[in-house]
Design a protein around this ligand. Sequence first.
Ligand code: MG
Length: 179
Amino acid sequence: MSIFKPTWMVERIYDLSADDLKNNGVEAVLTDLDNTLIAWNNPDGTQELLDWFDMMRTAGIKVIVVSNNNHHRVQLAVEKFGLPFESRALKPLTFGINKAIKHYQLDRKGVIMVGDQLITDMVSANMAEVRGVLVKPLVGSDAWNTRINRFLEQFIKIILKRKYPELKWNRGLKNNGSN
Ligand SMILES: [Mg+2]
C-alpha cells in the first residue's frame, strides 16, 4: 500500500505556503494539471491560484506542470500562466517527473509532486522517490477513465486510512511529513 501513500494531504494546492515549503526543503513543485491546478469549468484558474503562483515566484520556488495530457493540450492550458511543463508524463510511471528533474536540474530531495489522484500522481511520486502531496479534486466530474480510477481510489483510500491513521487532510505541511 505504501506505493499509494502521499507524504502529505492538503485540500488545495494553494494551501502550500512558501514558508511551509521552504521549511521542508522544497525548491520545486511538480504539479498535475487537471483538477489539481485548474478545473474544466474554470480554465483561467481562481484568484487564489494566481496569488499562489505569485507567492511561489517571489519565494523562488519553481512550479512545473507534469501532465499525462498531450503537448498541445497542456501548452494551451498553461501558457497563460507562463508555467513550464512536461506533457505525456505517463503517470503512474516516472517519465514526466524524471524529465522535469533532468530538464531543470532539480535535486530530487527538494522536489514534491502534487496531484489529485493516488493511482497516477502519488504512485509516480513514490516510484520516482520524491515526496507526494495529495489534493482534493477541484470539481467532482471527470472524464470516463478518471471516473474508473476514482472508483478504485475509494477502496485504496479506505485501506490507506486503516494502515496509516495519521494520514489526514491538513491546511499545510505541519505534520506527518515523514515517509
Ligand atoms: Mg488530475
